[in-house]
Design a protein around this ligand. Structure first.
Ligand code: ADP
Length: 491
């Protein structure tokens, strides 16, 4: 074995269920694209493998074409063909796997929330590895994300490494331990994993429910694990040597108010006129009252799921109206009763010219709302990292957040004297009751209306904070390098 001693570029493959902007549901998509781009900029060869969803944004892919080869992969006792498409997304080479399986796994007109998600993603994980195996590439790092592709870790070590495809080390990032991918143990065998071997407390058996837990398998079978929590603490503790918490970044090219093509007017920290113009434009576009220019615009852009603090989001809408502000909610829910509940709130407030509730996923509108808003509310019950607070700050919308997880690592209260002044960048509250949020909003409103110069400086400061991927990507790079070095026996 010859080793190249220096830290030359690595070959990194991300296997994921989402990537911005082609297939985005939430923050996972932003991370795959943002981290991938940052690693590519640092000189690594980065490739991405995604399912070929029927509902993808095809216009975001350049040079999309189907390869001549068909990859056959195992599922539930049979081999199935997969068409493999290639294309470029955000400058990154992407492979899209299109299974020729009668269940039409990725022809469902939505990304998640299907009754057979466990099967869909175990199929995809196996097919993605099969593609890499058959390509004969010598890959250094396979990076899988969330439970949907955590199958990759045990599949790699139990099935592929023994076939000589063993150059890679596995990195597993769990963006949200709320979703762990559990199922009855026998379901693990669909993708070819050995249930008897893996249904054990120290392997893939769920720590509480006697089911099989794929996120746990990701932790146990990976060389590197990043971020964490939620019921798997014991497993994480056991594997703490390989476990690291890294705060995500945001893609500062996609999220840049001075070049953002979705905005009515581009702007920067030194030219806030443009931000005001976006506010006027959005208020008109959404039919909000435009007479009173002193009203602050409060925004919330989120998946509507319990994690995000639904009762507090609802409360923030009413409280903002009571304080004389305006509120825009852009949200969509994968949970039908939650979607209906917010449709009810929207109906009730339809005639209120200070409130707009828009219940859909809309990338372009999200950019306009970040730019137009003065304040951005994130009252999450828990938040593994959270990206919207960082995007909001970059667009000069001051975050008002509940102190939890990644939110308390990135937002520091303007009035908290225990925190150095230069770090104070927003407003925070601790409790999950309405009262704590109300007083936090009142404090923010008070600065906004009584101390406009202080507010303006806060906006400018927030816009200049560096939330880019450069530093988090360097941390990933170090982890990758040391896992690779360890594998080659040079540490
Ligand atoms: P999560 O991953 O839990 O959804 P994050 O804060 O990490 O939360 O990431 C959310 C991402 O999804 C952000 O880029 C945000 O702008 C985007 N987003 C959420 N809901 C919507 C929506 N309804 N329309 C457009 N973008 C949305």
């Amino acid at each position: 074995l010859t080793l190249s001693g220096n830290s030359s570029g690595l070959h990194v493959v991300h296997i994921a269920a989402e990537m911005a902007p082609v297939a985005k549901v939430g923050g996972l998509a932003d991370v795959v694209a943002g981290l991938g781009k940052a690693l590519q900029t640092k000189g690594h060869l980065v490739e991405i493998i995604l399912p070929k969803y029927d509902c993808m944004q095809l216009d975001q892919i350049t040079n999309l074409k189907v390869l001549d080869v068909v990859i056959k992969s195992y599922f539930d006792g049979n081999l199935f063909s997969n068409n493999v498409w290639t294309g470029t997304v955000e400058g990154l080479p992407v492979y899209f796997i299109e299974p020729q399986h009668p269940s039409k796994f990725f022809w469902r007109a939505q990304y998640y929330g299907e009754h057979d998600d466990f099967k869909r993603y175990s199929y995809f994980s196996r097919a993605a590895l099969e593609l890499l195996y058959q390509s004969g590439k010598k890959i250094d790092i396979i990076h899988c994300h969330d439970w949907q592709t955590a199958f990759v870790a045990p599949l790699y070590w139990d099935i592929y490494a023994t076939r000589g495809f063993n150059s890679a080390r596995i990195c597993f990032t769990c963006h949200n331990f709320e979703y762990q991918g559990t199922a009855p143990a026998p379901d693990l065998s669909y993708c070819g994993l050995d249930v008897e071997r893996l249904d054990r407390a120290d392997r893939m058996q769920d720590n509480a429910h006697g089911r099989i837990n794929v996120a746990k398998g990701g932790i146990v079978y990976s060389n590197i694990v990043t971020t964490g929590g939620h019921g798997l603490q014991d497993t994480l503790k056991m594997h703490s040597r390989k476990f690291v918490g890294i705060l995500n970044g945001i893609d500062t090219e996609t999220w840049n108010p001075s070049t953002d093509r979705f905005l009515a007017v581009q702007y920067s920290a030194t030219d806030l006129q443009g931000k005001a113009a976006n506010k006027t434009f959005l208020r008109k576009q959404l039919g909000l009252n435009t007479e009173d220019t002193s009203q602050p615009l409060v925004a919330c852009i989120t998946r509507l799921v319990p994690q995000k603090g639904l009762h507090l989001i609802r409360h923030a809408i009413y409280k903002t109206a009571e304080l004389g502000g305006q509120f825009v909610l852009l949200g969509s829910s994968p949970v039908p009763h939650i979607q209906r509940e917010f449709e009810g709130v929207a109906d009730q407030l339809q005639k209120n010219n200070n409130i707009r509730i828009i219940l859909k996923y809309d990338e372009a509108l999200s950019h306009c709302i970040y730019a137009a808003s003065d304040m951005f509310i994130i009252p999450s019950m828990f938040e593994p990292c959270g990206l919207t607070q960082m995007i909001a700050m970059r667009y000069g919308s001051v975050p008002i957040v509940r102190k939890t997880g990644g939110l308390s690592d990135s937002v520091f209260d303007f009035d908290d004297e225990k925190i150095p002044v230069e770090l104070r960048n927003g407003f925070t509250f601790a409790r999950t009751d309405e009262q704590d949020l109300s007083s936090c909003l009142e404090r923010a409103f008070s600065y906004y209306s009584r101390k406009p110069m202080v507010w303006k400086q806060l906006v400018q400061k927030d816009m200049q904070i560096d939330f880019g991927w450069d530093s988090p990507a360097s941390q990933y790079e170090d982890l990758y390098q040391s896992a690779v070095a360890q594998a080659r026996g040079v540490t």
